[in-house]
Design a protein around this ligand. Structure first.
Ligand SMILES: Cc1cc2nc3c(=O)[nH]c(=O)nc-3n(C[C@H](O)[C@H](O)[C@H](O)COP(=O)(O)OP(=O)(O)OC[C@H]3O[C@@H](n4cnc5c(N)ncnc54)[C@H](O)[C@@H]3O)c2cc1C
Length: 383
């Protein structure tokens, strides 16, 4: 008998398992994967997430694995360039083979039992609450609390029939790969009508280049993925030239499996963390940071016997979910938004506040408050 069983051992599950084990709970963590293991995902961890890893004592290991610290970003939105340092710390873009393994090892070091290669086939309940899990081989394992950290197609969520609270149609097709020999001193983001691009330095001296297009263009996109990706980066200043000067060293990955769904995150004997409970388009690169934040919130909830995980998660995510699903439409930025961006770009203080929204250190609501918007616009008018 365990205190908590966690299904899924990547950012949400491994961090939850680690934090609970560190607080003395008897934790079982299971995953069908074996680590180190890659997954179909790029890997920018926003500064708020990096701060959490630091607080948990894992950042030094991440940096020692050759993960670059990216302190500055250049965000080019249809030609308006917002460039600056992240206000609180830096972003890291570790390969998932690196990050997820560090988290799994940390959970194990904290005393969690970790079973890799364990495929969960269902949850067990006593008619009123979830009481455990069942493996594919029929083995049943018991705990009063089961955490579904099993990703966007969560089996736990299906088994407990977690209500979908919000859903926005998937908007994009995304492709990415890794290049060597690309000059990439800062992180770069581009928003163009119908396109989004991210390029960040990652482990082994490589640069990750990611491009997204409207899902409605999937048929044309997949006919020549590399050609379309390169044509997209060609529209991003000199990024195309720099990428073409380098060499692609891994296969291209492409997906349209990019849902935007908020599920109920708690019920009798169960919780959902990370993508299992809330998933959104990667255009704003929030998923890993969200998973780490959920882990922290959930560990406090379980240890302190609180009942407000759902409310606190929803409050923290509402603004960024709306912003992300809006940006994933890849529409041109016009009108007041375009004016506001131009104003932001002119003052370092506003640049930092704007970058803080994506960094996870400034709530979207704070940035969008009418008083704040007026202040930024007025500063521009004053010159
Ligand atoms: C193309 C793309 C790019 C992305 N880029 C970024 C980015 O740059 N930055 C960012 O922050 N986020 C990004 N994301 C999002 C990010 O990948 C997720 O938000 C993050 O992985 C969520 O972590 P998680 O722990 O909740 O779930 P996952 O990472 O999905 O892990 C779930 C785990 O559960 C296990 N599992 C599932 N079912 C079972 C079962 N039945 N039995 C046993 N084990 C099971 C799986 O094996 C898996 O290991 C991107 C996503 C995509 C698709």
């Amino acid at each position: 008998m365990y205190d908590v069983i966690v299904v899924g051992a990547r950012p949400a599950g491994a961090a939850t398992g680690m934090l609970l084990a560190r607080r003395g709970l008897k934790v079982l963590m299971v995953d069908r994967a074996r680590f180190p293991s890659d997954t179909l995902s790029t890997h920018q961890i926003q500064p708020a997430g990096v701060q959490r890893l630091d607080h948990w004592g894992l950042l030094d290991t991440l940096l020692a694995a050759g993960t670059p610290a990216t302190g500055s970003v250049r965000f080019d939105i249809s030609g308006t360039v917002v460039q600056g340092r992240y206000p609180d710390g830096f972003l890291c873009s570790p390969r998932r083979t690196v990050l997820d393994k560090i988290l799994v090892d940390a959970a194990r070091d904290a005393g969690a039992e970790v079973r890799e290669g364990f495929h969960v086939a269902g949850v067990v309940n006593d008619g009123s609450r979830v009481t455990g899990i069942r493996g594919r081989g029929g083995e049943e394992l018991r705990a009063p609390v089961v955490v579904g950290a099993d990703g966007k197609h969560s089996l736990v969520a299906k088994e407990v029939a977690a209500t979908v609270l919000r859903e926005t149609a998937p908007g994009t097709v995304a492709s990415y790969s890794y290049w060597e020999g690309v000059d990439m001193p800062v992180g770069e983001l581009y928003h163009r009508p119908g396109r989004a691009v991210a390029a960040f330095p990652t482990n082994d001296g490589l640069t990750m280049v990611y491009a997204a297009a409207p899902r409605t263009q999937f048929d044309a996109w997949r006919r020549d993925i590399e050609g379309n990706l390169l044509a997209t980066v060609d529209g991003c200043g000199d990024l195309g030239e720099r990428v073409r000067a380098g060499k692609r060293v891994e296969r291209l990955r492409t997906t349209v499996d990019l849902p935007n769904v908020v599920r109920r995150a708690q019920g009798p004997g169960w919780f959902l963390a990370g993508d299992a409970g809330l998933v959104m388009d990667p255009v704003t690169a929030q998923g890993i940071g969200n998973a780490l934040a959920d882990a922290e919130l959930l560990a406090d909830t379980i240890v302190q016997g609180r009942d407000d995980y759902q409310r606190r998660r929803d409050e923290a995510r509402r603004g960024i979910f709306d912003l992300t699903t809006g940006l994933a439409r890849l529409r041109p930025v016009r009108g007041l938004s375009a004016l506001l961006l131009k104003a932001v770009a002119r003052r370092q203080e506003s640049v930092e506040q704007f970058l803080g929204v994506f960094a996870g250190t400034v709530p979207v609501e704070t940035f969008r408050r009418p008083g704040n918007v007026l202040r930024i616009l007025a500063q521009r008018a004053r010159g």
